[in-house]
Design a protein around this ligand. Structure first.
Ligand SMILES: [Zn+2]
Length: 165
């Protein structure tokens, strides 16, 4: 099995967390007129309190070294960290066409779900495609994500409070 095959997992994907989808839409809009691109990573459903087996897309990894221009975003595959288990990809089409391009189809074989977001990046300006580029259903799940921000979410008051102890 090659490195790239090893990067992608075939576990069942239950859907994408609402918060993650919103993040992708906002990032695509912020990147406009350039193309936004990232890899999708998942969290086991039971870790999110769902009583189901499978994975929920909860993270988007934007790979350092992604070459971005207004025509296409190309990932330098040599720079994908070895430990990345990607379920698929997400990228934007600043021209608003929510269909895979020929170049997209060439990369969709890796990973099982690929999201294309089109300008103007509204809530419904996206579609999911399978590894063959056929439209597929991707549920949007209202799950509570593990709050990694908590760690960084100190206010100066909290710090002062700690210092007083
Ligand atoms: Zn594309």
């Amino acid at each position: 099995m090659g490195l790239l095959d090893a990067l992608f997992r075939s576990n069942e994907i239950l859907g994408i967390a609402e918060e993650t989808l919103e993040f992708a839409l906002e990032s695509s809009e912020a990147t406009h007129p350039h193309e936004y691109m990232g890899f999708l990573r998942g969290t086991e459903a039971d870790e999110l309190g769902l009583d189901q087996d499978g994975l929920v897309i909860t993270d988007i990894l934007v790979v350092p070294g992604t070459e971005v221009n207004s025509v296409s975003a190309t990932v330098r595959t040599s720079q994908i960290p070895n430990d990345v288990k990607a379920l698929g990809s997400v990228h934007s089409h600043p021209n608003g066409v929510i269909e895979p391009s020929g170049a997209d189809l060439g990369t969709f074989g890796r990973g099982s779900v690929h999201i294309i977001i089109g300008a103007p990046y509204r809530r419904n300006d996206w579609r999911a495609f399978d590894s063959e580029g056929k439209p597929t259903t991707l549920n949007v799940l209202d799950v509570e994500l593990p709050d990694e921000e908590e760690f960084f979410d100190f206010t100066q008051d909290d710090i002062d409070e700690d210092l007083r102890r």
